[in-house]
Design a protein. Structure first.
Length: 68
């Protein structure tokens, strides 16, 4: 099974988090994912993290989504 592209993961994560993560970037590496962006709620950060893991099947190496 092929892994989704970073762009596809970004779209899926945005959909699952209801667009609450601004400037979302997903970087796919061999060992896992790196998430970047900004949100106003910790819950949206968690939604994004869990969606990224679910859709990719990879662990999160770094969740650098800033809550402001």
């Amino acid at each position: 099974m092929t892994e989704p592209s970073a762009e596809h993961l970004e779209a899926l994560v945005q959909q699952r988090s209801h667009g609450r993560v601004r400037n979302l970037r997903v970087f796919v590496q061999d060992q896992g994912l790196i998430l970047q962006g900004q949100t106003s709620a910790y819950y949206a950060k968690q939604l994004a993290q869990h969606a990224a893991m679910e859709f990719s099947g990879l662990p999160i190496l770094t969740n650098d989504i800033k809550v402001r």
